[in-house]
Design a protein around this ligand. Structure first.
Ligand SMILES: Cc1ncc(C[n+]2csc(CCOP(=O)(O)OP(=O)(O)O)c2C)c(N)n1
Ligand SMILES: [Mg+2]
Length: 326
């Protein structure tokens, strides 16, 4: 574990809280999905919590994040309320996108969480464009693009990184290498061991990060965000991580061995942080327990809110399709 001594206890505690919130939220949604209460599918984030939380903790309120088909962790880490996310996933009018987006298209501009994009790799040039816009307007803001290992093989990745590099755009590319693009192992899709190496092709720094260690992610993200804010340009962070679930809810994950999943679970980011809080930072077990209970209540309350919310009205169907007032 990266030495957390430099970080205040309050920061560590809050990072732990957000990771627990994500885990409990995702576990609860899975149970609801099995009961048939969730329309569509789910792309879940259990196992990857340290990446979203470590990176988002390095941001200021007016920075922005761009997410993917797997956005729940990013949105909760950024501070988007669990209620609006739960309601969106259940297709309700009170959802953060009015129930029109569903699980893959969360949006909460009020916290700088831009509409998530389910087209693999597509947010990379978009985040670059947003960052370039900040720069041209002389704004002191940074954009973060989260994407997977699969996205690193799309054309958008290469175009986006190159454009960001030549323009010194204030963007941080956070590649969540969870070892698979759907059912395809990364080892059968790339000849290189580290995606971070690709940064060299664009003349920007690339760094491999332990994505199961929230402190490591946070420290690397802080460095990259500071560099971007200073005007020194983008960074590629490759966070090595793992998703415990299948790719989406219809996927039992039979292409992975039980031992492999177990090996990664032994490095669980929540258990690690829990140990640090109690054993290294002297937080009482009871206090950690109360953080966990509070997260559970927050999730249950959010789901109750979502369940009791109305469906969107039929007249809403064509609203937000075209820009209004132009
Ligand atoms: C351009 C495009 N191609 C294919 C898909 C179908 N698809 C959705 S998610 C996914 C795998 C993405 O893998 P990765 O980028 O590693 O993200 P992860 O699911 O592991 O988080 C694929 C192929 C898509 N949504 N967009
Ligand atoms: Mg992947």
């Amino acid at each position: 574990m990266t030495e957390p001594a430099g970080l205040p206890l309050e920061t560590l505690r809050e990072m732990y809280r957000r990771m627990v919130l994500i885990r409990r939220f995702e576990d609860h949604l899975y149970a609801l999905f099995l009961q048939g209460a969730v329309p569509g599918t789910l792309h879940q984030y259990q196992g990857q919590e340290a990446v979203a939380v470590g990176a988002c903790a390095a941001l200021r309120p007016n920075d922005v994040i761009f997410s993917t088909h797997r956005p729940v962790g990013h949105f909760l880490a950024r501070g988007s309320p669990a209620r609006g996310i739960a309601a969106e996933i259940m297709g309700k009018a009170s959802g953060c996108a009015g129930g029109k987006g569903g699980q893959m298209h969360l949006t909460d501009v009020s916290v700088g969480a831009m509409p998530s994009n389910a087209i693999v790799g597509a947010n990379i040039p978009i985040a670059t464009g947003a960052a370039l816009g900040f720069r041209l307007r002389g704004q002191d803001r940074v954009a973060v693009s989260f994407f997977g290992d699969g996205a690193a093989n799309t054309g958008a990745f290469h175009e986006g990184l190159n454009l960001a590099a030549v323009k010194d755009a204030p963007v941080v590319f956070v590649c969540e290498n969870n070892q698979y693009g759907a059912s395809t192992a990364i080892t059968s899709m790339m000849r290189i061991a580290d995606i971070a190496e690709r940064a060299a092709a664009y003349g920007i720094p690339g760094q491999v990060v332990d994505g199961m260690d929230v402190v490591a992610v946070h420290q690397s993200a802080r460095g990259a965000v500071e560099r971007a804010r200073r005007g020194d340009g983008p960074t590629l962070l490759e966070c090595k991580t793992y998703r415990y679930s299948g790719h989406s809810r219809g996927d039992p994950g039979g292409y992975r061995s039980r031992e492999e999943v177990q090996r990664w679970r032994e490095r669980d980011p929540l258990s690690r942080m829990r140990r640090v809080l109690i054993e290294e930072r002297g937080l009482a077990e009871a206090e950690v327990g109360s953080i966990e209970r509070a997260c559970q209540s927050e999730v249950e309350e959010a789901v109750e809110f979502a369940r009791n919310s109305p469906e969107p009205a039929a007249e809403e169907t064509y609203r937000h399709v075209f820009a209004e007032g132009h």
